[in-house]
Design a protein around this ligand. Structure first.
Ligand code: MBD
Ligand code: FE
Length: 287
């Protein structure tokens, strides 16, 4: 493939990831029956509206700029990028509130590409991947315990991540349905061992409304390479988190602001440099 057709293909694949997220979000999310508390809705909505008005007044926003904002918000919906926008620029604060009292493993954002009910295996196990899956093979293993040190036998670990080109199955075309997604059961001692490949850094789609904002503002569109994980055990809280790779690009400038120092893996490489081994112990809070 020429560089140009490679560019065109990866750009088209990335665009599809952005707009698939809306469709999949509506399919996959079980909405809690939230009781509408009028006072709370009024208070939060008023603050959000006030924050926008303050920005307009303080920055002396013009009609031309206001119209560009309208067009951009319309495009956000048309591109199907609301889930992407919210998960990149807002979810980290929701996560901070949600996990503020937790004592175990740090959480971070779920992001737009989780799919529930990935195929389940007992560990040690190899995640579903193509026969010729590109990337450095990674052995990802460790123990799951409670905050008091109790080993959590049969803890459940859901793992999903991008491939070596930065694409997620079910969001980018041309990948097997469950590629690099799985549900894994730890052994009777709470030990888990999953064989996968190291993901590449992830560039959020650049041709939709999110990308338009990023390039207009002169930001970059990258997230550092990461594994997405949900861990739980009967009687313990579910933690949703991500793990990153020491020395990787964008650790200090994640577009989604979701890196925490406690979540950085330090994998060891085999003597011939072809295989990586990363150990991480998860600690769960009682429910
Ligand atoms: C991702 O892979 C991701 O994890 C987040 C938070 C946003 C966009 C893409
Ligand atoms: Fe991700």
């Amino acid at each position: 493939m020429s560089d140009e057709s490679y560019e065109a293909e990866t750009t088209a694949k990335a665009a599809e990831s952005g707009n698939k997220a809306t469709e999949r979000f509506l399919q996959n999310t079980a909405f809690a029956n939230v009781q509408a508390d009028q006072a709370r809705i009024s208070r939060i909505a008023s603050r959000v509206i006030k924050a926008m008005n303050d920005a307009v007044i303080e920055e002396e926003v013009t009609y031309d700029e206001y119209n560009i904002l309208k067009a951009w918000l319309i495009k956000m919906g048309n591109d199907g990028e609301w889930p992407l926008f919210l998960d990149v620029w807002l979810e980290h604060s929701v996560e901070a509130v949600h996990n503020s009292a937790k004592k175990g493993t740090k959480g971070t954002i779920e992001g737009p590409y989780y799919v529930p009910n990935a195929p389940q295996q007992n560990t040690p196990a190899t995640i579903e991947m193509r026969a010729d899956e590109p990337g450095t093979p990674l052995k990802f293993h460790g123990n799951v315990t409670a905050v008091d040190g109790t080993p959590l036998k049969n803890a459940v670990i859901e793992l999903w991540h991008a491939d070596d080109l930065g694409f997620y199955s079910q969001y980018a075309p041309g990948l097997p349905e469950w590629n690099l997604r799985g549900t894994f059961i730890a052994d009777e001692n709470g030990y888990y061992e999953i064989h996968t490949v190291q993901p590449a850094p992830y560039q959020i789609p650049t041709e939709g409304a999110c990308g338009q904002l990023i390039s207009a503002a002169g930001w970059h569109a990258w997230r550092p390479a990461h594994l997405h994980i949900k861990v739980t055990a009967p009687g313990y809280d579910l933690i949703t988190t991500q793990l990153y790779f020491d020395g990787g690009d964008y650790l200090d400038s994640d577009v989604a602001g979701a890196v925490k120092p406690e979540l950085v893996l330090r994998p060891t490489l085999s003597a011939d440099g072809t295989n990586a081994d990363a150990k991480y112990d998860f600690v769960l809070d009682p429910a």
